[in-house]
Design a protein around this ligand. Sequence first.
Ligand SMILES: CC(C)(COP(=O)(O)OP(=O)(O)OC[C@H]1O[C@@H](n2cnc3c(N)ncnc32)[C@H](O)[C@@H]1OP(=O)(O)O)[C@@H](O)C(=O)NCCC(=O)NCCS
Length: 165
Amino acid sequence: MSWRCVPLSSAHDRKTFACGVAELDEYFRNRAGQDQKRGFASVYVAESETGKKDAVCGYYTLSAAGVLLENLPEALKAKMPRYPSVPAVRLGKLAVSLDCRGQGLGEYLLIDAIRRSLSAAVGWTLFVVDAKDESARCFFLHFGFTPLPKEERTLYLRRKDIEKL
Ligand SMILES: CC(C)(COP(=O)(O)OP(=O)(O)OC[C@H]1O[C@@H](n2cnc3c(N)ncnc32)[C@H](O)[C@@H]1OP(=O)(O)O)[C@@H](O)C(=O)NCCC(=O)NCCS
């Protein structure tokens, strides 16, 4: 299967997307467009290169964020300047449609999100994700993310480590 990742537009069919997590389906159907228009999130969708053009195989959202210095692990905190908040990019949502699960699309979307973040003009030092449940948390652990000590459902990768890859 091959996909292309593009910004969400009015050409995409939002009504039929189903990833199996009601909250993520509801968000995509009813709120993603508004969040994008208001600048709360950039929303990107995966289209199948061979299937219907308006069909959405998966999506993710990116927003500017900050992580409180006091919430970082001690070893990492020691390496940071003494600003109260560390600049970050947040992958707020990531979902793959049930029809496309297990074909590498989750990984493709995650890499696309990281690539776009690296090429953004804005400075950031942590790429953070919000895992909705234990399964999502395990997905991010699989890719080397580290949980924040005080917020187990928020995990991060350091920009420095991503750039080494
Ligand atoms: C989590 C999710 C995005 C994974 O998407 P996917 O397309 O099925 O995953 P992929 O096929 O890209 O899997 C890539 C790798 O991650 C592993 N993986 C997939 N889901 C995993 C999970 N829940 N826990 C641990 N590893 C997982 C796969 O085994 C694969 O490993 P490999 O490269 O060693 O073979 C998808 O299951 C989903 O949309 N779930 C519902 C929403 C959700 O939980 N979103 C997470 C953020 S809120």
